[in-house]
Ligand binder design. Sequence first.
Ligand code: SF4
Length: 274
Amino acid sequence: MAADLEAASPFDMRVDLGKDVPETDVRTALANGDMGFLHSFTTGSAVDGPGVRVVAWTTGCMWRCLYCHNPDTWTLRNGIPVSVGQATGQLRKYAHGLKVMKGGVTFSGGEPLMQDRFIVKMLVAAKQMGIHTCVETNGYLGDRLSDEELATIDSVLLGIKAWGNEKHKKLTGRELDPTLMFADRLARAKKPVWIRFVLVPGLTDDAADIASIARFTAGLGNVERVDVLPFHQMGRYKWEKLGMRYALNDTKEPDIEATEKAVEIFRSAGLNAY
Ligand code: SF4
């Protein structure tokens, strides 16, 4: 199990690894969090939170972003079923190194809060090991966490994907407001946040929209940095292998100038943007 849990990269395609888990067990797991579904752990990330990170990639997502580079993580049962004990044991292997390197664990996905009970148990376990915790989320299910549970997260990587409910729904399948409400809640809790914004030519590169995201983000007061992530095609092969229609076959990666322009809009609003 441990060898399977570690992957070289989240771009490894993983499907059906939990397909034999009965539906009733899935429902029980979601309710009590004793079992979770993970695509993998990857190590040595320098971009998924402060310091060097181990990333636990969860499966399950309720959004359908047109540019998603890990659509194999949409389905819960594509992930490996693991008990909290197994996942915690894996994390324990990295604990010492993470503390030495001033890093931590980041729960990403998929959408980690699809498995909120499991994630809370993992967060508590990580804190007990003295590991810094981060959750990368689209924020849509943020209200599943109590204030006490939110306190087990040291920082949040929040994706803001488009501006305005209509455009957001076209891009992700869901409306934007819950994400903004979660962002406001994180601001009230003074939780350190990094914003992640994926720049996609023709989809999310409208300067006025980016300026609106920048204004909202700057007004929160708790955002430490903004990462503008240029769209790429590394996940396209997964859509093809899964037999899913990929709408962005002809979409080019943004050039350096376009990416710099977006970064500059965030900087103009007073944010640390990269
Ligand atoms: S929220 Fe993330 S995992 Fe879910 S569809 Fe969008 S990009 Fe993919």
